[in-house]
Design a protein around this ligand. Sequence first.
Ligand code: R5P
Length: 282
Amino acid sequence: MKVISTESSQILAGRIAGALQSEIVDVRFSRFPDGELYLQAGALDRETVIVGSTPGNNALVQLLLLIEACEGSCNHLVLPYMGYARQDKRFHAGEPLSARAVARALSRGVDDIVTVNIHEPSVLSFFEVPAENISLAGEIGAFLQENGQDNPLILGPDEGAAVFSEQVAAVGCWDCDHLKKTRLSGESVVMEPKRLVVEGRNIVIVDDIISTGGTLATAAMMLYGQGARRIDAVCVHGVLTGGAYLHLRAAGIREVVCSDTLERGCSGFTAAGGIAACLRKS
Ligand code: R5P
């Protein structure tokens, strides 16, 4: 079994190959003069692990091309971060079910798929081959332990993150809660923990995605207003669009840490072990 990757997941692919004790396939990436993508893969094996996050349109097209280049091998697709997964419903008439369109396209030419903290588990049913999702809650918990977090309060920024925050908190038997948003009037909204008091506490906000950083920056400002002592943020997928990192630091968040599902400078822990374990059992 060999491991191959798009440009967006090279480091994670290297770590997965290390965990599986597999060889890496070299790939040459370039562009045609009109901007279209080109790639050429080295010698493949009968079984290939294709690793490719799709944070943007080019990454998605490059992954489609890589799957095509691997035709003839038994292909296990690892999709660490799946772009378009958040449009998993038709929220308004006339909208596409984008997550399904992408899932269908990526299913062609692969035998099975592994995702990591996919935004909604229901998206797995859109793939046309067996698909399994792994969670990095355990890895986040271990990261917090290794980095000496002292009796933190683990907070999910919304109800959707409640189970995830409970799973992270379970690693260290830490306190855990999630924020609820109350609209006071018009634009005026207050976010506060559903059950616990934050005054004097060191808080770690955990989430699946940080995209613009808007959710966490607002939460941090409100929590400091309620007396929080220190706030850190840890997420799985650091999309970090439009200056999100600066936005979060400016809101007083001390450290922003993500996994390596997207290759950003603030990766603090890896998805490779969980992905390799999932691939080994399939
Ligand atoms: C929402 O359901 C997600 O879990 C994240 O909270 C959201 O995608 C974060 O987006 P942003 O960083 O743009 O506020």
